[in-house]
Design a protein around this ligand. Structure first.
Ligand code: ATP
Ligand code: MG
Length: 875
């Protein structure tokens, strides 16, 4: 069946279209580029929309791909129908204003019947009812009898997205034989039964649908075709469902093994296995393309798929973590065709493990809570789950709302999505307000409200300005003036002060005129476009309407700028060295240091950190010039500039380029050339949350100071070691060696001492009730020595009880040992130390033959020993 294997069909398809003059390309990423209308690529043509609409010129007018697709819209069908997957591969050939219907139809036929050698009699087609041209081509050019051409309406045979290219289509069906059919004499493609399976859709894109729903004819009509690879392999191999073809079945086999469940024995369990198989595959490919589980956008889709799969695992009775095992099979099976899977293998597994780990701790509790609620709903005869419970499941137990909804529907209950969303929004607002309240200003910013126009920010180019005071706020209320000794906030018409934002700290500086001196201690944004200066009036007073010189602390700003530009270098270097999945997760730059949080799932080795540091320093020395461009968001994205993942941007954005080294969306202030950063030194690196790491570093003078401190430390060390810097290391190594030798010597001497004192110790034996007891008080002996001593006593006495007590660091240590014969008589070392230690204000215990314990009270040692003796007497 090799001819019909997934790998072979993929290869033959691309080769065939190559022979027809097509440029064949690797699959595009699942993450759409410069296309906000899509979350994930769901069709072969989706990444090529720009070529269809003419926004960009394609590299060739004829192209063919095998495109990775994710269709979350089909999620509820997965495991239910035989033909739906959320992730699948779509084979497609495309013409951008080049060939049209005739070639598209003829070649599709040629590929199916001559390359794959499918029997012609098994193929049927449908055409759009108004598309006589296509009907004629199938009938006259291809020679398909009219009985096997079915006309269908717009619902079935007209292809369109919300907006963009659209047109009539023609679908090719495979007849799986009457065994699978409904048996009706009218049964043909379009029938609801599963006899005829759609394998290929040829779309004749002749329109561009606009936002108002008008179909505008395209000057040069296009061809867009899509054939589901797994689906075509299924029917050609005569298999029941897409999950039965290799290598999907290998994933199912693994799940059978993990869950100890047989595939094909129980419908509901089969569905669970199919869902796990599909979702593992989708998750693997999504992660490989850079999606990270989160609560938003693509990340949420991924999280949902992973958590849904885990829940199906629970249904199959799998208790331990398992998903990465399924994912491993996916990687093994598909990595030959998709090299990103082998390149990112350990990373993919890591993300899956982390996400499974995260959900593992809460899924059981969540399921239990939901089960209880369902029980309550049955008892009270309610149909809809309370929104606050759904929110709790989401917020506390990590249940995607769709998962809650799914479980409810399985139990014939309803889910109120709107209620859920409104509770979620309420919480969002509350969280935001709580955040605002913790603002650290000297004045109460949450209270005041002022009518003011937007402040012009001049600080990209100026360090000082002549400004006019627009508003003054004191204690949250508007004031006409502010005078010596008062603190408050001042709003100016224009200002060089940068307001805290984008991870950059606000500027400080002064507002001055002949008789006035005002200190600006911080600068913040108010209502998005207004800049607020937090001030202390040092001298004089000012009123609204006054002119004043606004002057930032330039040196401080320069240091901030150095650090800020450096985060851009660091971001680029991290992406280059660790992978494109690295994204800025947060940053904070002050005049002293920079902090950069980034997404990455593995520890970063010391060697790697050094390399990162080295590369950033090389970029500094390359002396790149910094340039700024104000662009529309579309233009900016086209330049390939890095945008922050979760950031919302306005219509125009500022793009900061550091030579040709880095390009980022950024509103911050920077230096003009990288050499001015001077030097970059990492202070620390580590994980701060799952999948998020933080680098703290210094630049310029702070880096110099840091090295200076290190240098001073080395100098002090050298002096105290009486060594030159160069010899320091070897001296320390020698010292360590010497100290080790001395330790050995001490141990040896101790042993000798012990040997000598053993004689006196062995003398301290008394007999109680015919049992030999060594109850000995010692000083400053640690547990090791006591143990050694006990062993030595035992060596010389084959029937005895030992209780050694040492006073050590104002505490008491008890060690007891009992020989075998006495254990048989019921004497227990653990009980002895326990009793003794309890008297000395402590506790402990252990085995019958050996035990140790600690007490806090050295002056109770005698009492403890006596108690043990008394006990022996009463045996
Ligand atoms: P269906 O009605 O079966 O969901 P569709 O009309 O949505 O299919 P198209 O949008 O025309 O399919 O996509 C082109 C081809 O991609 C289909 O002919 C099919 O072979 C394949 N395909 C579509 N959706 C899926 C899916 N969820 N899983 C596997 N293959 C799919
Ligand atoms: Mg569909």
């Amino acid at each position: 069946m090799d001819r019909f294997s997934i790998n072979n069909i993929r290869k033959e398809f691309l080769n065939f279209y190559k022979s027809k003059g097509h440029l064949t390309e690797q699959s595009f990423s699942l993450i759409p580029k410069n296309d906000k209308s899509l979350l994930l690529i769901g069709a072969g043509m989706a990444p090529m929309k720009k070529f269809f609409t003419g926004v960009e010129t394609p590299p060739s007018k004829r192209m063919a791909t095998c495109q990775k697709c994710v269709r979350t819209g089909d999620i509820d069908n997965v495991g239910i129908t035989t033909r739906h997957l959320t992730f699948f591969e779509m084979l497609g050939n495309f013409s951008f204003g080049d060939y049209f219907k005739e070639e598209a139809i003829e070649w599709a036929w040629e590929f199916l019947t001559e390359v794959l050698k499918i029997e012609k009699e098994k193929l049927w087609v449908t055409v759009y009812e108004e598309d006589d041209e296509a009907l004629k081509l199938w009938n006259e050019k291809v020679g398909l009898p009219l009985e096997r051409i079915v006309k269908l309406g717009k619902k079935d045979n007209f292809w369109e997205l919300e907006v963009g290219p659209s047109g009539p289509c023609s679908e090719i069906y495979y007849d799986t034989g009457d065994g699978r059919g409904c048996g009706s004499p009218d049964c043909k493609p379009g029938c609801d039964c599963s006899r005829y399976v759609e394998i290929w859709n040829l779309v004749f894109t002749q329109f561009d649908k606009d936002e108002q729903g008008n179909y505008n004819p395209l000057p040069n009509p296009n061809i867009d075709t899509g054939m589901g690879l797994e689906r075509v392999a299924t029917v050609l191999q005569g298999k029941e469902s897409v999950f039965d073809v290799e290598p999907l079945i290998s994933v199912i086999r693994k799940i059978e093994e993990i869950s100890n469940t047989k595939y094909g024995a129980d419908k509901r369990k089969d569905t669970a296995m199919k869902i796990i198989c599909d979702h593992s595959r989708a998750a693997t490919f999504m992660i490989a393309d850079g999606v990270i589980p989160s609560n938003e956008g693509r990340g949420y889709v991924l999280r949902r798929l992973i958590r849904r799969a885990i829940r199906q695992g629970k249904f199959l009775g799998i208790q331990k973590e398992f998903l990465s095992q399924a994912v491993q099979i996916v990687i093994n099976e598909w990595k030959e065709a998709y090299k990103e899977l082998s390149e990112k293998e350990s990373y993919i597994l890591k993300v899956i493990k982390l996400e499974e780990d995260k959900f593992k701790t809460t899924i059981d509790q969540g399921l239990e809570l939901l089960q209880k609620e369902i029980q309550k709903m049955i008892e009270t005869n309610t149909k809809v789950l309370d929104g606050s419970i759904a929110f709790k499941l989401y917020d506390t137990y990590g249940f995607p709302s769709e998962l809650t909804e799914e479980i409810l529907i399985e139990n014939n209950f309803k889910f109120d999505k709107n209620e859920f969303l409104s509770i979620m929004e309420e919480h969002r607002v509350m969280a935001r307000e709580a955040r605002n309240k913790t603002g650290s200003s000297g004045w109460k910013d949450e209270k005041f409200s002022v009518e003011t126009s937007k402040t012009t920010f001049t600080g990209y180019t100026e360090a000082s300005n002549e400004s006019v005071i627009q508003s003054i706020i004191i204690n949250g209320a508007e004031a006409d003036s502010i005078k010596e000794g008062e603190t408050g906030a001042v709003i100016l018409d224009k200002t060089p002060f940068y307001a805290e934002g984008g991870g950059q700290i606000g500027d400080t500086g002064q507002l001055i005129s002949d008789y006035v001196e005002i200190e600006v201690v911080n600068t913040k944004k108010y209502n998005k476009d207004t800049i607020i200066h937090e001030v202390n009036v040092i001298k004089g007073s000012v009123s609204v309407g006054d002119s004043i010189i606004s002057q930032i602390d330039e040196l401080r700003r320069k240091n901030i700028a150095k650090n800020h530009t450096c985060t851009h270098l660091l971001h680029r270097v991290l992406k280059d060295l660790l992978g494109e999945h690295v994204n800025q997760a947060g940053s904070f730059v002050t005049e002293e240091r920079l902090r950069f949080d980034y997404t990455h799932f593995e520890t970063v080795s010391q060697d790697m950190l050094k390399e990162i540091e080295k590369r950033v320093n090389e970029a500094i020395q390359a002396d790149y010039k910094i340039n700024y461009n104000l662009l529309s968001i579309e233009e900016a994205r086209k330049t390939g500039a890095t945008a922050l993942f979760d950031e919302k941007y306005g219509d125009t954005v500022r793009v900061v380029s550091v030579g040709n080294f880095s390009k980022e969306f950024c509103g911050g202030t920077h230096i003009d050339e990288t050499a001015k950063i001077g030097m970059f030194k990492i202070l620390s690196e580590g994980s701060i949350a799952s999948g998020v790491r933080r680098i703290e570093a210094v630049t310029g003078k702070a880096a110099f100071n840091y090295l200076e401190e290190l240098n001073n430390l080395v100098e002090e060390l050298s002096i105290s070691m009486k060594s030159t810097k160069e010899e320091l290391l070897s001296k320390v190594m020698n010292l360590k060696k010497e100290s080790k030798e001395k330790d050995k010597e001490i141990q040896k001497l101790n042993n000798e001492l012990l040997k000598k004192s053993m004689d006196t110790i062995l003398d301290q034996c008394e007999e109680i009730n015919g049992i030999k007891l060594f109850a000995i008080k010692l000083k400053d002996k640690d547990a090791n020595s006591l143990r050694e001593m006990a062993d030595k006593i035992k060596d010389k006495n084959n029937s005895c009880i030992i209780l050694l007590v040492s006073e050590l660091n104002e505490k008491v240590l008890f060690v007891s040992s009992v020989t075998k014969d006495l254990i048989e008589k019921g004497i227990h070392a653990g009980n002895i130390v326990k009793e003794a230690a309890t008297i000395a204000g402590g506790g402990g215990g252990g085995r019958p033959d050996f035990a140790q314990a600690g007490g806090k009270n050295p002056n109770k040692i005698d009492e403890a020993i006596n108690a043990i003796k008394e006990q022996l007497k009463s045996i």
